[in-house]
Design a binder for this molecule. Sequence first.
Ligand code: NAD
Length: 296
Amino acid sequence: MSKIGFIGVGNMGGPMARNLISAGHSLKVFDLSEEAVNFLVQSGAERAASVQDAAKGVDYVVTMLPVGGNVKDVFLGDGVIGSADPGTVFIDSSTIDVDSSVAVHEAAKAAGFEMIDAPVSGGTTGADAATLTFMCGGEKAIFDKARPILEGMGKNIVYCGGPGQGQVVKICNNMIAGSIMLVTSEAFALGEKLGVDRAVLQDVISTSSGSSWIVQHGCPMPGAVAGSPASNEFKPGFMAKLMLKDLRLAQAAAEMAASPTPIGAAAAAAFQQHVNNGHGDLDMSSICKLIDPDVK
Ligand code: NAD
């Protein structure tokens, strides 16, 4: 069993860290929120006084932070890279821009440390149940070292390629999910305006060529799929503002790679408008309110 410094124990990091404790690892946790740390201390973690303290005397450092700027703040300068003992392996599970991810990989390597980026899908439910999918970027040998730790938090652990490639896979997936959610909302609103019941649309489309995970499990029309966020007043699930963040990351990456993404750009603009309309905290399926504000 390993000693792990865990930094960022919010909605995702909290349950992930708890699962590492359940798997038998010793955890030292740090977060700007004392309340978030208190929950973990109650579950058996040691409280770290700072980022630097969390990074010292451990075999691995795992980070689960909101955006690229946070990850750079925590790792660079006198942060994790300036404080960790030689041989410590870094695992960044935050969803961040490819540029920041690569910059932190390079700084870690220059200081003699091993690192992977390992963003996740599966949401808070997957974090709670330790069934997350990890998409990992970095050297394969480092991935192999990190794997036993990731196995304490997830089920599907995939090596994607070099530094930052886990982030690439994550934003490509979410660009598809956001775009499909938008076009599914358009199709269901159109079908209903033309007189077909949403249950009939869902029944037929979920076994036809327009099917997707979203049509089958996360259909944006309330009542079309029992147990979906749409059938539960659009409670998340995956918040629309987080989808917007990921769609923007995809747009930034597309610009960097000069790769055209007209559908992804339309989805990013639609989610931006939806968040501006005050719906950022609802599940991403609430994007159907942009197509039909009176949807019920
Ligand atoms: P969150 O806001 O609940 O948690 C982030 C935590 O990081 C907070 O507790 C915050 O206090 C802490 N933090 C921020 N800056 C810090 C710093 N400098 N030092 C120490 N702690 C710091 O966010 P979350 O929902 O847990 O998401 C974390 C990451 O996971 C994001 O990149 C998000 O895109 C990604 N993600 C989230 C979900 C989801 O369903 N919530 C799903 C997949 C991926």
